[in-house]
Design a protein. Structure first.
Length: 128
């Protein structure tokens, strides 16, 4: 992604790394919940160093957050086993799970991943 600048939004709540996000007001984003249509995927970086027992966040409410949007390749955390080529939608924790017929999807997997791993995907929207 050399030379690419991801659009910056304002976090309207806590946002974890590599999760589906949805629009929330002017210039704002929130993590998606199950089956919502996403506008993109949150940046994979975190705001704090890794600390045992602490789940790091990309942003907390009121902070800026970079979001990968349409046609951009990025990493997303898998909420189920994923294979390359599957259309993806958010689960209850904004992680990627396979979309089935008639589901709205928000990305396409470019590589496979097991649940809990990060998966390379391209942000794009449509109906499975």
């Amino acid at each position: 992604m050399t030379g690419f600048a991801a659009p910056s939004f304002i976090a309207k709540g806590n946002i974890s790394p590599s999760r589906f996000v949805k629009q929330s007001g002017d210039h704002g984003v929130l993590q998606c919940v199950a089956n919502e249509e996403a506008i993109g995927v949150s940046h994979e970086g975190t705001r704090e160093a890794p600390i045992t027992g602490i789940t790091p966040l990309t942003a907390i409410e009121g902070e800026g957050v970079m979001v990968y949007t349409d046609t951009v390749t990025c990493e997303i955390e898998a909420g189920a086993n994923i294979t390359a080529g599957q259309k993806l939608k958010p689960d209850a924790n904004a992680r990627a799970i396979p979309a089935v017929a008639t589901n709205v999807y928000s990305a396409i997997a470019l590589a496979g991943a097991a649940s809990g791993e990060r998966c390379k995907c391209m942000v794009t929207r449509g109906v499975a």
